[in-house]
Design a protein around this ligand. Sequence first.
Ligand code: NAD
Length: 487
Amino acid sequence: MTLSAPETLIYSSLFIGGDWVKPSTDRVITPIDASTEQPLGSVPDAAEADVDSAVAAARAAFDAPNGWSGWEPVRRAEVMLRLADAIDARAEKFVARVSAQNGMPVAVARQLEIGYPSAVLRYYAGLAEDLTLTETREGLFGGPIDVRRVPVGVVAAIVPWNFPQALSMFKIAPAMAAGCTVVIKPSPETVLDAYLFAEAVEAAGVPAGVINIVPGGREVGAYLVAHRGVDKVAFTGSTEAGRTIAETCGRLLRPVTLELGGKSAAIVLDDADLDLARIGEGLFGSTLLNNGQTCFLGTRVLAPRSRYDEVVDAFTALAGSLTVGAAADPTTQIGPMATAKQRERVETYIARGRSEGARITVGGGRPAHLDRGWFVEPTVFADVDNSAVVAREEIFGPVLSLIAYDDLDDAVRIANDSDFGLGGTVWTGDPERGAALAHRVHTGTIGVNRYIPDPAAPFGGVKASGLGRELGPEGLAGYLQFQTIYR
Ligand code: NAD
């Protein structure tokens, strides 16, 4: 069954302060279907005055006497659970909108853009229920001391297009649990799902101003980051934008979480099972998921020299076996790139890999059977040196670079010889050996024979992959600060 294309969706209002309000300009954003190159609808392109309104609404909801920040956490949890239900009730619409806009195969969207975000919300509702707001301890110099956990305030949440709902929820859920209010700026490529989310927020009866949405591009994002009414910034996106945002937040001494790019290593050990019937799904999910447009993917595959040819054959067979097609087709494993610009970027890197002397074993072009949509064939480069551009820079497409190593020390050296440190995997017949090797890799997260960011554990990167962590109780801590009262 192929999902029918979503209806043309025209929104003319902004969701601010719990209401649908008229935007300050008549400029619009027109998201395009990545598989068909057809417009999908339009939403207002928020301007600075709209950001002012959204921040003011979030501020008012936060500051009001008996407002959201002062609610008992269990009461906030009730609202969060209702919101999770309202999201689930719209599941198939979320799938259709996300997939159409960014080219994510519906099979992937069903796994990660529905179900997963509401699971994150329910997880943080559970943490809210258990949240101790005040702990009283005895001071070293006498007297009781109250240590209060208080929400940081108004949060600016800026998200990319690749997993728009999941990555929004990484911020919204802990913010809501903590008692913060949020202004979300979705990426202009993925705004229609943000409107569906607004409808869920409204249907769930989330108090006015707790969630506000300002669709727009980077200028509006930059304006929001620097807004005087914002207390914390939570950003997921490119390292380049992250650096700019960090500079602004540094100047303002504003707390910021940055989840940025990656170029992670998938380290295949000499005892690894390379039978694709057994490990193909796991390898696919950790190296090529979402058309290669996933930040944590192990796009540098490190293979022992003794088994290099076997590893090349396995990845060549894996990439060559994938069904490339329209995102809405449930049999599709690799959909199009999210934008024409993104495809151009991926193709530029493929050309660069060729000119640097790497050997293409599969792919390298556009699929012949698709004449519409921003498709690129899954591509494997063999004989790549870790100093090559295709091994150093984030391509953000279905392109893998296979690098040979001599021994485990060499594998660790190559894995760590990167500007990034976000994800990674170790493939081995001996999970204990894999975990021991994982300890030596300088990265925020790593999997042994599997990889999936679990809501219960911190996710984030080191080096140019970012600052701070999302998910887990550690993610909640980023939305709370302490107030100490000496009594
Ligand atoms: P991008 O940085 O261009 O844009 C991300 C978001 O930030 C968009 O909403 C954009 O409008 C906004 N933005 C851009 N510049 C800004 C600025 N100066 N100030 C404020 N807002 C700004 O990234 P993208 O192309 O949309 O997404 C792809 C990137 O995101 C990749 O590098 C990928 O690795 C990264 N990513 C990281 C994670 C993670 O968790 N580490 C997850 C997904 C994607």
